[in-house]
Design a protein around this ligand. Structure first.
Ligand code: ARG
Length: 412
């Protein structure tokens, strides 16, 4: 009796071909699992295609709510942005898909799981590492890694085996989408000097046609999690989808980055993450009101560690649990409202308020009502500057009349 394998299935050409190939070349019964993280293409035609490729079953899981709750929002709270620019949409989706693959494998008694990742990317790493953490006994097949078919060979293989392929012209790009963003690579994008053609974008308007007038949206956060827009409490899915539409309309969230992959190469990636860019900026602005300087500074370091960890596929690790515990604790007082202005590709915080704000008008003001004790400043500065003064006297011999206006010396 053939063993069963559960395949992470998208409904596209590659995973449809993989469905057939796993039966034919590897002798498995194949269960296709489509994980809906938002923005899924037509589920019905994908199901048909999977069945036409010989799958025993094509199952769909709506994981959108879990994706936001357990993956996206914790990353938002952490301020996790890879290399300061990529909100990690694809990277955040992988460990959840891996978990659902393992769950399904247990349910159907499968001995193996498969994904369609190539051998060059980060996604294979995220899948494999997560699957090994959750189901170490399961055999893992990376179909594209193993069968090494190029696009023409895949099309030929599909035709030979009667697999329905969509009639649209084949896109030269490799894309991945979920509610947190869209990732696009390959084709002309492989030339880092080439400006991305407009066709690579799907969620955001080009600046030339975005509205002349700015839009405003008020985002309410509760412990660092967005819960309402313009005073209306919303379910997470609804909130994020609305912001994707609104920010996309204003051309917000286009990202063009040459990034350092885990597997050692640099690659040129285009991302569209309208809601993510908007929410990350709003969240950062609220933290500026509610965290102390020390908390903010330390949290920036944690954010970088956290984003590297997500990017590098280490979601199911104790290190992640430890960082996540810190992040949760850091969000205790991150509750309040941010008013964002959306205009011509930019999302800017223009208003902020919080009952837990550390901003004090009485301390900050230069007008009547000032409660800052200016007489305390002189003594503070004297002690603050004491080491500088002492070092200058003992070691540096600073001479403002020298030809060295910056007094950088040079250690002669
Ligand atoms: N480079 C990004 C990452 O590693 C996106 C990968 C996108 N995947 C794709 N099939 N286009 O997270």
């Amino acid at each position: 009796m053939p063993e069963t394998i559960v395949l992470a299935y998208s409904g596209g050409l590659d995973t449809s071909v993989a469905t057939k190939w796993l039966q034919e070349a590897r002798g498995y019964d194949v269960v296709c699992l489509m994980v809906d993280l938002g923005r899924q293409p037509d589920v019905e035609s994908a199901r048909e295609r999977g069945l036409s490729a010989g799958a025993k079953a094509v199952e769909v899981v709506d994981a959108r709510a879990d994706f936001l709750r357990y993956f996206v929002f914790p990353a938002l709270q952490a301020g996790a942005v890879y290399e300061g620019i990529y909100p990690l949409a694809t990277a955040l989706g992988r460990p959840l898909i891996a978990k659902l693959l393992v769950d399904k494998a247990r349910e159907v008694g499968a001995t193996a799981v498969a994904h369609g990742c190539t051998g060059k990317g980060n996604d294979q790493v995220r899948f494999d590492v997560s699957i090994r953490a959750l189901g170490p006994d399961l055999h893992i097949i990376g179909t594209a890694r193993d069968n090494q078919m190029n696009r023409d060979e895949a099309l030929e293989y599909a035709a030979k085996h009667g697999i329905a392929v969509r009639q649209t012209a084949a896109s030269p790009y490799s894309t991945d989408e979920n509610m947190w963003g869209r990732s696009v690579e390959a084709g002309v994008l492989e030339d880092p000097w080439a400006e991305p053609p407009e066709e690579v974008y799907a969620w955001t308007k080009p600046l030339a046609v975005t509205p002349v007038e700015p839009a405003y949206v008020e985002i309410a956060f509760d412990h660092g999690i967005p819960v309402a827009l313009d005073g209306e409490r919303l379910e997470a899915i609804d909130l994020v989808e609305r912001l994707n539409a609104l920010a996309g309309e204003h051309g917000i969230g286009r990202i063009d980055h040459v990034e350092n992959r885990l597997v050692g190469i640099k690659s040129r990636e285009i991302y569209e993450s309208p809601a993510a860019v908007l929410l990350l900026e709003a969240h950062r602005s609220l933290e500026a009101m509610t965290l102390t300087k020390m908390q903010s500074r330390f949290k920036e370091r944690v954010a970088q560690e956290y984003s590297d960890l997500i990017y590098n596929g280490l979601w199911f690790s104790a290190h992640h649990q430890d960082l996540a515990a810190y992040v949760q604790s850091s969000q205790r007082y991150v509750t309040g409202d941010i008013r964002m202005r959306l205009h011509r590709g930019t999302a800017v915080a223009v208003g902020r308020r919080s009952d837990l704000s550390l901003y004090s008008h009485a301390l900050a003001t230069y007008s009547a009502g000032d409660q800052f004790d200016q007489t305390a400043a002189a003594g503070f500065i004297k002690l603050w500057g004491l080491p500088v003064e002492q070092q200058s006297r003992q070691q540096l011999q600073l001479d403002p009349r020298s030809g060295d206006p910056l007094q950088l010396g040079g250690g002669e």
